[in-house]
Each structure stands twice: as structure tokens, then as C-alpha cells.
Design a protein around this ligand. Structure first.
Ligand SMILES: [Ca+2]
Ligand SMILES: [Ca+2]
Length: 297
């Protein structure tokens, strides 16, 4: 395929022959050739020159055709390469998405396992901490028992004239020793039990002592060493009732006769909320014994 502009330029080249004056047309050339013998040679030259140009233009056209074919071929190859590239990219994208999904799934699984391990670890740490606390408590108790035992030995060797430590299974608090019953007896039997232990029913003389006893007995009726069986209210160890700590429940003591069991109410006890009430002394309530340290027993 030869562009029209190329052909036009070829024709123009034909019209411009060597030796011809600028501005001559083809018809002038023909007229000049048929005019006489002197112009035969230039005409042949012109003809020869025209054939070369024609061959040249044909060759050029062929070359352009070849170039066009090569370009078309390369274009086709490029399109095929592009298609292959697109397909490869598509495959790559699909496989990458699949891998990302697989990684995400694996990541979730690993995260769940990590959380499980963390919770197990926390549980074990808690258990270990509880065991440690329990062990410390037992150690403290063991040391306390040992001290108490050695103290008891010293008391026995020295005829027990002075109490410097609490008996085994008694609890020490602010210069006193306490023993908490786990069964119920009447007030009189409870008082007798404590006396046999060289102690007395607990005498509560402060809010701290009230809370201590309450804490170790729990919410349950508990006899204390306060009675008005033989006159006015008195503490069993002689502590002044009028001047000392009190924690009566509202409208108590009321010496109530309404129970119909004979008599009123002459013995004091902790009610489940810790406040005091007077009740019939023969009720089987739990009790607490107390003995003071560093005191001749
Ligand atoms: Ca006391
Ligand atoms: Ca009462």
C-alpha cells in the first residue's frame, strides 16, 4: 500500500527533469521531444530516470508493506501476550486471594488458641496464688501452734501461774484468748464450761471486740457473759456494766414474759445481726469463752 502523498511526490519528481527549466509542464516536455532530433537523448534519459523512480517507488511500497505486515504481526503477538498476561494476572489474583483467606483462617485459629492458652495460664496463676496463700496461712498457723505449744510447755513447767500465751485451738486477739463453740448449750452450762477452762463467757467491751467475735461466730445466736439473773445487769468478770460498751437491739433488753416458758429473759446473746437481746437462759445457744493474757489464772 503506497500513500497518495508519496505518489504525488513521485509524479512531481517525474515532471522535474534534469536540464529542464524550472516551471516546465509535462506537455511542454512532450512538445519539446517531438519537436526535432536534438531532443531524443534527454527524452530517453528522462524515460530511464522515470523507470528507476517507478522501481524505487515500488520497492519503497514493498518495504512499507513489509513494515506494515511486521507491525501487524507484532501487534497480534502483543495482543496474545497481553491476553496471556491478563490470564496469568487473573490466576495470580485468585491464588493470592485464596492464600490470604487461608492465612486469615489460620490466623483466627491461632488467635483462638492463644486466648485459650491465656485463659488457662490465668487460671493456673490464680490457682497457684490461692495455693500459695493457703500455704502461707497454714505456715502461719503452724508457727502459731508451735509457739503456743512451747508456751504451754513453759506454763506447765512453771506451774501455770501466769498465762502468756493462748491455749491450743484458742484465738488470740488484743491481749485476750477466745474459744468459739460449735454446739449449743444453756447460758449456765456455757458459763460453767468456760470456768473449767480457766476462762469466762466473753465480755464484749469495745466495738472492735464485738466485730471480732461476730466475724468468727457468723450470723448465729451466741451467749455472752452478761446476765441480770440476780439483780441488775452485770458482766461475769466484774466489768462495770453501766460505764462499758453496749450494743442492744432496739427495745432490748425487754425481759419479755410472752414466751410462756416461765419467768422473763435474764441472759444476753448476740442475735444473727450481732446486736444484743435478752432471752431465756435455758435456750441452747452457742457461746464464746474468753481469757485474758498476762494475768494470774
Ligand atoms: Ca473482753
Ligand atoms: Ca429480749
Amino acid at each position: 500500500m503506497v500513500p497518495i502523498s508519496v505518489l504525488e511526490s513521485l509524479v512531481c519528481s517525474l515532471s522535474r527533469t534534469p536540464g529542464a527549466a524550472p516551471g516546465w509542464t509535462g506537455s511542454q516536455l512532450l512538445t519539446s521531444s517531438v519537436a526535432g532530433p536534438p531532443s531524443t537523448k534527454p527524452l530517453l534519459r528522462r524515460l530511464c530516470s522515470g523507470s528507476r523512480l517507478l522501481l524505487f517507488s515500488l520497492g519503497l511500497s514493498l518495504l512499507l508493506l513489509v513494515v506494515a505486515c511486521v507491525i501487524a504481526s507484532q501487534n497480534s503477538q502483543l495482543r496474545r501476550d497481553l491476553l496471556v498476561l491478563k490470564e496469568t494476572f487473573h490466576n495470580f489474583t485468585v491464588s493470592t486471594e485464596a492464600e490470604v483467606k487461608a492465612l486469615s483462617t489460620q490466623g483466627g485459629s491461632v488467635g483462638r488458641k492463644m486466648k485459650l492458652l491465656e485463659s488457662q495460664l490465668e487460671k493456673q496463676q490464680r490457682e497457684l496464688s490461692e495455693d500459695h496463700s493457703s500455704l502461707l496461712l497454714h505456715m502461719k498457723q503452724f508457727v502459731s501452734d508451735l509457739r503456743s505449744l512451747s508456751c504451754q510447755m513453759a506454763v506447765l513447767q512453771g506451774n501455770g501461774s501466769e498465762r502468756t500465751c493462748c491455749p491450743i485451738n484458742w484465738m488470740e486477739y488484743q491481749d485476750s484468748c477466745y474459744w468459739f463453740s460449735s454446739s449449743g448449750r444453756s447460758w449456765l452450762e456455757s458459763d460453767k464450761y468456760c470456768q473449767l477452762e480457766n476462762a469466762h463467757l466473753v465480755v464484749v467491751t469495745s466495738w472492735e471486740e464485738q466485730k471480732f467475735v461476730q466475724h468468727h461466730m457468723g450470723p448465729i445466736n451466741t451467749w455472752i457473759g452478761l446476765t441480770d439473773q440476780n439483780g441488775p445487769w452485770r458482766w461475769v468478770d466484774g466489768t462495770d456494766y453501766e460505764k462499758s460498751f453496749k450494743n442492744w437491739a432496739p427495745e432490748q433488753p425487754d425481759d419479755w414474759y410472752g414466751h410462756g416458758l416461765g419467768g422473763g429473759e435474764d441472759c444476753a446473746h448476740f442475735t444473727p445481726d450481732g446486736r444484743w437481746n435478752d432471752d431465756i437462759c435455758k435456750r441452747p445457744y452457742r457461746w464464746v469463752c474468753e481469757t485474758e493474757l498476762n494475768k494470774t489464772s
